[in-house]
Design a protein around this ligand. Structure first.
Ligand SMILES: [Zn+2]
Length: 77
């Protein structure tokens, strides 16, 4: 897991996100102006996707499939 810094072109805020999100071309949420930045709009900042283990997963990664693909530990207590 790696972190990348993204500068929002709308409000200028810089924030970080995991390459898990950018590699899968998911929209990024800007904490500065509360909007989502599409992959097409931030790809120039992160460069082309590099291959990772996730590229071997056949299912698309989205909100519905993330719980199936990623291990989410149960909360205790
Ligand atoms: Zn913003």
């Amino acid at each position: 897991m790696k972190l990348v810094f993204i500068a929002c072109e709308r409000c200028g805020k810089t924030f970080y996100c995991e390459t898990l999100l950018t590699d899968n071309r998911l929209p990024l949420h800007c904490p500065g102006c509360d909007t989502y930045i599409d992959h097409a709009d931030y790809v120039r900042q992160v460069g082309p996707s590099v291959s990772s283990a996730l590229t071997r997963i056949r299912k698309p990664l989205n909100e519905a499939t993330i719980p199936e693909i990623l291990y989410m530990p149960e909360k205790k207590g």
